[in-house]
Design a protein around this ligand. Structure first.
Ligand SMILES: Nc1ncnc2c1ncn2[C@@H]1O[C@H](COP(=O)(O)OP(=O)(O)OP(=O)(O)O)[C@@H](O)[C@H]1O
Ligand SMILES: [Mg+2]
Length: 235
């Protein structure tokens, strides 16, 4: 598969072959600008490949209706988009806005968001201000995770934010992410060691190509770029 941004002189992705098995976690790792977010953006068809194809359950993504394709996926991006409304409305937005309060509470709990929500003046019904200006980065991420848990889609695309410095909050987010990934097919752009450790398959992206792929153990044993990146970031 190959993909070129409109007007770009060269492809952002080239020679990509990747198989994400149902029910497993596939992690993309690699330097900034290597093409990880671009690759993940092709799954909900924010862009289409210009050569080759991507299939889901054996059918080309282009054979599905866009709405039904996206209904099957939850997408948690690097930055969280919130709107001027209550916490509950921000968790259950769009197609989820008919969700029951108890379902929203369950999702907030699984996302480790309930403790901070309960401290807000009106709990779930607290307005969060324009673009959620009342909330911290870690709180915003947990709202996004709660959203994805509530959506309960079989496919999860997760573009992890770079871990925050607060290790206690970081641990709450890690736990929530691991819960979110359970029983789904996940494609995750991993910045956290804990996420990489939960991945069944890891692909290292470099300058638009997948240069190494396999399990964490395979890639460490190969002593290539992954092993080097792993030692630099996490050891
Ligand atoms: N909308 C766009 N139009 C043109 N080029 C883009 C666009 N988005 C990204 N690119 C380019 O595509 C390449 C890959 O970017 P991408 O965002 O996929 O990298 P990344 O691996 O996700 O990086 P990071 O780890 O910093 O998030 C970069 O060279 C980037 O400048
Ligand atoms: Mg990115």
């Amino acid at each position: 598969m190959r993909f070129t941004y409109h007007g770009a002189p060269s492809p952002a992705l080239e020679d990509i072959t990747l198989d994400c098995r149902p029910g497993t976690v596939t992690a993309l790792v690699g330097r900034s600008g290597s093409g990880k977010s671009t690759l993940s953006s092709l799954v909900p068809r924010f862009h289409d490949p210009d050569a080759g194809s991507i299939s889901l359950d054996g059918h080309d993504l282009r054979d599905y209706k866009l709405a039904s394709l996206r209904q099957q996926m939850a997408w948690v991006g690097q930055s969280v988009v919130l709107f001027d409304g209550t916490v509950a409305h921000n968790i259950a937005y769009g197609e989820l806005n008919g969700a029951s309060e108890s379902a929203i509470i369950d999702a907030a709990r699984a996302a480790n968001a309930l403790p901070f929500i309960e401290r807000l003046s009106q709990g779930l019904h607290t307005p969060i201000g324009k673009d959620g200006e009342m909330l911290s980065g870690g709180e915003r991420q947990r709202i996004a995770i709660a959203r994805a848990i509530l959506k309960n889609a079989p496919i999860l695309i997760l573009d992890e934010a770079t871990p925050a410095l607060d290790t206690r909050i970081e641990k709450l987010i890690q736990e929530a992410l691991i819960r979110l990934m359970q029983n789904r097919t996940t494609l995750v752009i991993a910045h956290r060691l804990s996420t990489i450790q939960h991945a069944d398959h890891i692909a290292l992206v470099d300058r638009g190509r997948i240069v190494e792929q396999g399990t964490h153990e395979d890639l460490l044993a190969a002593q290539g770029q992954y092993a080097m990146l792993y030692r630099m970031q996490f050891a």
